[in-house]
Design a protein around this ligand. Structure first.
Ligand code: NDP
Length: 796
């Protein structure tokens, strides 16, 4: 084409990236890749391979090993063997290895970018300018955490052998998010890439060899879902870190239930992109492009639901359609395209079917007039309007370049629509009014809120979900904590720790008149004493077998009422830390006034000495003070990200929590679990100790006199495990803590998978609740809250 003609048409010419070095890399392995185990390349024991295809051209790139259980066993054994030495070399040596990995990735960044684009179909512009720089940044950032491991994090230790399973949408980026923090903290790993996109992980394995990373620290096992499942089931794997679909996330949650394996799950999303009428609409349009056409919309946090204020909806749709018309689609290695290929035919089919469903449901479809190339797996950018909030395309994750638009009138309606999803990964809020943005961000149930920006990531900020988008965070200190465990856990006991020093005079203690026997306590729901729905009571005997009294036997209906009452109360979560602290101090004051009475009740139930019982009450008062003190001090951070952003990491309440109390230490077991949960602004449904419930039921008199709002603490007595299971299954309970036996722990984790509740269970290990180090501290507040990262760009 002549220059004159170019000026006349102003069309883009082809701008192909050179694939020579990437092809050389493939040829250096004869286009056939073995598994990377213990620092060496090993053929798969099955002898089976599968093809890796370039989705832009349908060309076969290479053969990839299909690892089976034998290979997984070998890799786990290698990681286990490498662990002691990797721990022993210490933080500084590990920091050096991470730094070497970062440097090596930077030195080969273009090779990584080209290979990634060929394997995945994503535009070279994205892999070159976004994916690979983020990968290098992760290794740098975590080289720093490795260095600080024994100084800043000395109360924690490594977890051990980690199994990591990643998806195909950001293959190398996901690898770096998993491997960097894991090995920085002294763990060793086995990583399984997705079957469609193994190549950059295999190139990374070569980089590990080049820098002399000790054998077995990083093992890369390629294969299918069954390979991942074998890793999940392996008894020597101490933690699973998974990114992928919510469906597989639930399978993994169930498979690991009760095993004590630590778990982090980064799952799907249907993130809202909310545009208020005062937003800068031209910026919004570019934001939409980045939100849903970045990586062909195959992004877990894609802004796939466009929520627009009604007054500007038509104007914005028009601008978006104009912009869609000018988007360019094509071979991923063309430097001037906006949209590449869909990863594989199976994903293309999912997109096509869901789009057809949208049309069948009556929504209005709009696609640009140009057509897609025919040689690869392409799908055009798509906009749906006239969408009903309950339609499948508004609820299901399409994982393709499909934007679904809805409108709202009021701010309240915007929040309601945004939260009308089972997911909670991210949200994007567009307005020129910073007060409005900061008012809306905390109201959206999502782990990340981007204000006037979208799809911004950095190694220093945590990323992860609420609700069915999974749990755990990746990035920054929040992500680091996923690869550590508190050292204190080593001192937990295999048997319940109870203080049972018998009274020296052998009596059951001095009962005060108010503790007269033969009383039946009610439950406490929505700030009121409540009779059990079933009309049954349970007899409670002392540890000597003497009748003390009866408690109400709660059932499913009582739990339902309590959950409703907890949801109805918005007063507590919205209070400041200072306001909550005042109520907590008041609780402690009122408990102190009734110190002897509570001690007598403990003596009556447990037959321990008066002195020990008084000590338990005094410690309980002290513990309430601790949390009152922390209520306005356990706060967030402003992360040092690389963008011109203030990135606020804010701890938020979980919402409604179920708390199943330990059976040891009736009062302090109740206080130690309930108080930190409400300190963070949660409303709770408490199932007190089944055998020793009276300290909890007496406590509602304290709640009533201490300005605790109705619905903040609800107490349901009865069969502990039966009630725990109802709580675990309840879809409107966001989190559950369970302190009991091993079987109970397993049941809780199994039953919680349906709505991906956060769980905290003791796996049959017991704390001494009277011990300050074991019974209190920030770890309780951490489990009672989740971090939301709010990104606020600056610059005029
Ligand atoms: P999957 O959840 O199916 O796969 C993710 C990873 O898990 C892959 O490595 C996969 O292996 C592996 N895997 C599959 N089954 C099991 C199992 N039973 N046990 C252990 N590991 C397993 O996601 P897909 O890649 O198939 O994508 C499908 C959907 O997942 C998308 O449409 C999207 O909704 C969602 N997704 C979400 C992502 C996110 O970042 N949140 C990323 C990618 C997908 P293999 O690929 O070899 O089968």
């Amino acid at each position: 084409m002549e220059i004159k003609e170019i000026y006349e048409t102003m069309t883009y010419g082809p701008a192909p990236e050179n694939a020579g070095e990437a092809i050389q890399f493939l040829e250096s392995h004869n286009k056939s890749f073995n598994l990377f185990i213990n620092g060496k390349w090993e053929a798969p024991s099955s002898g089976e391979y599968f093809d890796s295809i370039n989705p832009s051209t349908k060309e076969k790139l290479a053969k990839i090993s299909d690892a089976d259980e034998n290979d997984v066993n070998k890799a786990v054994a290698a990681a286990k063997k490498a662990l002691p030495e990797w721990i022993k070399i210490g933080p500084h040596q590990r920091a050096r290895y991470l730094y070497a990995l970062a440097r090596q990735i930077q030195k080969h960044s273009r090779l990584f970018a080209v290979l990634e684009s060929m394997d995945n179909g994503k535009p070279i512009r994205e892999t070159r300018d976004i994916d690979i720089p983020i990968v290098a940044r992760h290794f740098y950032h975590h080289a720093g955490w490795a260095q600080l491991r024994d100084t800043n994090l000395k109360d924690y230790k490594e977890i051990g052998v980690i199994g990591q399973i990643i998806p195909w949408n950001f293959p190398l980026m996901m690898l770096s998010w998993k491997i960097a923090p894991a090995i920085a903290m002294g763990n060793t790993i086995i990583l399984k890439p997705a079957e469609f996109t193994s190549l950059t992980a295999l190139l990374f394995a070569e980089i590990c060899q080049q820098i002399g990373l000790p054998n077995g620290v990083v093992n890369i096992i390629t294969g299918h879902g069954k390979t991942g499942a074998a890793m999940v089931d392996h008894k020597d794997v101490n933690k699973i870190a998974f990114t992928g679909s919510t469906e597989v996330g639930k399978i993994i949650r169930r498979a690991t239930a009760g095993t004590g394996k630590k778990l982090s799950l980064e799952l799907g999303g249907k993130s809202p992109f909310i545009v208020f009428e005062d937003a800068d609409l031209d910026s919004v349009v570019e934001g939409v492009v980045d939100a849903i056409w970045f990586n062909q919309g195959q992004v877990c946090c894609a802004g796939s639901r466009l929520l627009v204020q009604e007054s500007i909806a038509d104007k914005l749709y028009k601008k978006i359609r104009t912009r869609m018309e000018s988007l360019r689609i094509g071979n991923a290695l063309d430097k001037s395209i906006d949209i590449g290929a869909i990863v594989a035919p199976v994903q293309l089919k999912v997109i096509e079917e869901l789009v057809q469903l949208g049309v069948d449901e009556g929504s209005t479809l709009w696609q640009p007039s140009w057509s897609c190339p025919t040689e690869g797996y392409f799908y055009p950018p798509t906009l749906f309007t006239d969408v009903s909030p309950s339609s499948a395309i508004a609820q299901e994750e399409i994982f393709g370049p499909v934007l679904v638009a809805m409108s709202f009138r009021t701010h309240k309606e915007a929040v309601k629509l945004a939260n009308n999803t089972r997911y909670g990964l991210a949200c994007s809020i567009w307005t020129e009014n910073i007060n409005l943005a900061l008012d809306i961000a905390p109201q959206i149930k999502a782990g990340t809120a981007w204000i006037n920006c979208t799809n911004v990531f950095d190694a220093a900020a945590g990323f992860g979900g609420y609700r069915e988008s999974g749990f755990g965070r990746e990035g920054g200190i929040e992500g680091i904590m996923e690869y550590l465990k508190p050292r204190i856990e080593e001192s937990f006991s295999d048997k319940p720790v109870t203080k049972r020093t018998n009274n020296s005079n052998g009596s059951t203690g001095q009962l005060q008149p108010s503790l007269g026997i033969d009383r039946t306590t009610k439950m406490y729901i929505g700030g009121k004493q409540a009779r059990p729905d079933g009309g049954y009571s349970m007899v409670i005997n002392s540890s000597k077998g003497e009748y003390i009294g009866e408690v109400s036997k709660g059932n499913r209906k009582d739990i339902r009422n309590a959950v409703e009452a907890a949801h109805a109360n918005t007063n507590w979560a919205n209070r400041t830390g200072h306001a909550r602290a005042q109520v907590l101090y008041y609780l402690a004051e009122n408990l102190a006034i009734r110190r002897e009475e509570f001690a007598s009740r403990i003596v009556q139930m447990t037959n321990q000495s008066n002195a020990d019982a008084l000590q338990e009450v005094d410690l309980s008062i002290e513990r309430i003070y601790t949390y009152a003190a922390l209520a306005d001090k356990y706060d967030g951070k402003v992360h040092h990200t690389i963008h011109r952003n203030v990135t606020l990491a804010m701890p938020e309440s979980m919402g409604v929590m179920g708390i199943v109390c330990p059976d040891e230490s009736p009062l302090i077991g109740f206080i130690s679990t309930v108080i930190p949960a409400i300190t963070m602004g949660n409303n709770v449904i408490v199932v007190p100790s089944e055998k020793l419930p009276f300290s909890a039921t007496d406590f509602y008199q304290i709640l009533e006199t201490s300005d605790v709002p109705a619905g903040t603490v609800n107490i349901i007595t009865g069969d502990k495990d039966e009630l725990a299971q109802v709580l675990a299954k309840h879809d409107d309970v966001d989190s559950i803590w369970y302190f009991g036996n091993k079987k109970g722990c397993k049941d809780i984790e199994l039953l919680s998978a349906d709505n991906m509740k956060r769980t905290w269970v003791n796996y049959g290990k017991y704390r001494n609740w009277l011990d300050i180090e074991q019974g209190e501290g920030e770890v309780f507040l951490k489990h009672a809250s989740q971090i939301k990262n709010i990104w606020i760009p600056y610059g005029a």
